[in-house]
Write a protein that binds this ligand. Structure first.
Ligand SMILES: NC(=O)c1ccc[n+]([C@@H]2O[C@H](COP(=O)([O-])OP(=O)(O)OC[C@H]3O[C@@H](n4cnc5c(N)ncnc54)[C@H](OP(=O)(O)O)[C@@H]3O)[C@@H](O)[C@H]2O)c1
Length: 241
């Protein structure tokens, strides 16, 4: 089964993993619509994904989400890869957590995903699916990561619950390990490769993943008509050892 004649919406599709999903879905025959909050990134999509439609959407605003899906109209598959570190950054030890800033970490990735599913659902055709995104911190907590671990775990539970609630629409999730995208741009460019090597040295596949490698998982979950309520881990074996 291919994505020919399917309409695929990728929220977060202007960068990183979402951009790779948009390109792979288009190569598989889909008509692609990407959305994200920055007008500059949305404008760049015309060159990065020729033929795709791109609109702005701020997933932290329910009005913005509703407007976006009204504009998109009927479609088949929703992929959600939007993510940021919010005001909270990469994390803090419990004693240092600013609880108001910590709440912010859920805004894009958890509440944003839920808002998109809520407003997308009315536009989704029979046979469609939803694919959300979390991360291996859900399964491999590090010191200083209680909030990001809880947020990533909450997305997995959201996937399982939505799969029950939205059936026969299928709902799945992808759980990436370390992947080379702009999300790591806070690391100075001249230190990035060394950090990637350090981060991945204990993995079975001892290197950082490329966005196109992770995009394969989203394509499988969109095409795999007998798969729902699942989380597909793509992490170079990080969580296998
Ligand atoms: N890369 C990794 O190593 C890794 C590992 C584990 C999990 N993940 C997860 O995978 C997902 C994708 O990450 P990535 O690495 O592809 O990051 P990325 O390259 O930074 O892409 C993030 C995307 O989210 C969009 N976005 C951010 N805030 C938004 C908002 N309020 N409304 C709509 N769109 C918004 C961004 O566009 P705008 O700036 O235009 O809004 C961008 O298109 C994230 O949830 C991330 O946590 C990534």
């Amino acid at each position: 089964m291919s994505l020919r004649q399917k309409r695929v919406v990728v929220i977060g599709g202007t960068s990183g993993i979402g951009l790779a999903v948009a390109l792979a879905a288009q190569a598989d025959g889909a008509s692609v619509i990407v959305g994200s909050s920055s007008e500059a990134k949305v404008a760049q999509s015309a060159a990065r994904i020729p033929g795709a439609h791109a609109h702005t959407i701020d997933v932290t605003s329910e009005d913005s989400v509703a407007t976006f899906f009204d504009r998109v109209g009927a479609f088949d598959h929703l992929v959600f890869t939007a993510g940021d570190w919010g005001q909270f950054g990469a994390g803090s030890a419990v004693d240092d957590i600013d609880v108001d800033k910590a709440r912010d970490l859920f805004n894009v990735r958890f509440w944003g995903a839920l808002a998109c599913v809520k407003h997308a659902r009315k536009q989704m055709r029979a046979g469609g699916s939803v694919v959300l995104t979390n991360g291996t911190v859900a399964h491999r907590p590090r010191r200083g990561s209680p909030v990001s671990t809880a947020m990533a775990g909450a997305i997995e539970h959201l996937v399982h619950s939505l799969a029950v609630e939205l059936a026969p629409i299928r709902v799945n999730g992808v759980c990436p390990g370390a992947v080379r995208t702009d999300i790591w741009n806070s690391i100075p460019a001249d230190q990035r490769e060394a950090r990637f090597a350090k981060m991945t040295e204990r993995q079975l596949v001892k290197r950082i993943g490329e966005p196109a490698e992770v995009a394969e998982a989203y394509l499988y979950l969109m095409r795999g008509g007998y798969t729902t309520g699942q989380i597909l881990i793509v992490d170079g074996g990080q969580t296998a050892v």
